[in-house]
Design a protein around this ligand. Sequence first.
Ligand code: BG6
Length: 506
Amino acid sequence: TARPSTLVIFGASGDLAKRKLLPAIYELGREKLLPEKFALVGYARSEMSDEAFRAEFKQAVEKFARSSKSSVDQTLLQRILSAVYYHQGDYGSAEAHAALATKLEDIDKKHGTEGNRLFYLSTPPETFEPIIENLGKYTAGFGRRAGDVGEVKTDSWKRIIIEKPFGIDLPSAKELNSQLHRHFKESQVFRIDHYLGKETVQNLMVLRFANSIFEPIWNYKYIDHVQITVSETLGVGSRGGYYDKSGATRDMIQNHMFQLMALVAMEPPASLDAVSIRDEKTKVYKSVRPIRPEAVDQFTVRAQYTAGEHAGQKSDGYLKEKGVPADSKTETFAAMKLFIDNWRWSGTPFYLRTGKFLDEKLSEIVVRFRSPPLTLFQKQCDSPVYPNDLIIRVQPEEGIEWRINGKVPGGTMNIKPVNLDFFYKTTFNVEPPEAYERLIYDAMLGDQTLFIRGDEVEAAWAVIDPIQEGWRKSKLAPRTYTPGSWGPKESMQLIELDGRRWLHSG
Ligand code: BG6
């Protein structure tokens, strides 16, 4: 179990805190995973009293906690709230950080939190640097032994969780890493990617390495290609200002989708510890064949949504969204074809696509196997005989589906794809927990397995940078697509010209 500790959330009044982090703390309490001695400090710029912040916390739990649909355990909530505080300050203010250090010592005395501190940076990326500097100086860096502050135990821990975006390219990620390492050991740094907290994503490793039937065929000899789709139904809404600096590739592919790709593609790790698993994922990124900037239009498609209406949202088009310059080239959709040049994946394409304002919200990995060596049945069938798909549904309808061919009952030899299905909901009779619960808990335990290592994030950027460079130089403007579609037609061509198809393409 986790030791007594204080969680400090920078950006406590932000959207992520309200929707995910504060409800996750409550759920951990419900699951009895929160230490008995636990306190929380919300740090943000606006003026607010402790009481007002507690009221916000309560509202966030009532509105967003996954179990609040049934009922909120008010006794538990009150117990948590009795150790919740608010701290107002600019993120770069030395005085505010010094005052935070004092506040944390007082909390240690009052709540017995033993000097263990988890700092969560859920703030805009430009605040990372000042926060890290100040934390390093005043409260958490390895330069400060816990014994320096008050009467806390000297073996206490200090950890820092950093939200994405971790840099915008390789040089900025390196800079952020070296800044962190000026104050923190790598073992104190938890770079979060919430996709790794999803049950279905963790199950990927179980699927591959706790079963013996997949590994022998998990390679270029039997797998034709892998396609990964992460589609969302909403446009950028009010996030235009942030989103325009990022785009689909930085927002989703470099992190979430690359994690999915790495877990599908990696070699079996020597053990399940953080070092072995992260070593293997890093090797995958290092093996990705770089897309030369000149070849970017051959291997990638970027696009922006046009005017339209879908999923209850209406837009005059991405270029008209608030905070988006009218001549923006930022992509709200990206698709790419990557090759992992190693023995296992020689010549096997990995097609990735993601976008806002698409037909359906889903995150899914499709592993498509090669067709049988001889198409024995084709002549007798009315419809084509499809190759086998292993579909890993990350969300929604979390589960795994095998598509195999079966004979349609009757006198003729007719064949149809049928599904062998596994649904989390019906098999385990539970809703999978929210990703943030697991990840915050792991950070409290000090387990870095589901967090991104410094060299790993750099290796992932090294794949993205030449693509971004190619797009900057390309004469082709971003393509367009209508809200509610499956993306621009060029993203269909990207795969169809290879004689393949997206599983979902409208
Ligand atoms: C976030 C992105 O990291 O992931 C958002 O910044 C995106 O743009 C979100 O909507 C998607 O997460 P999920 O868990 O809903 O697939």
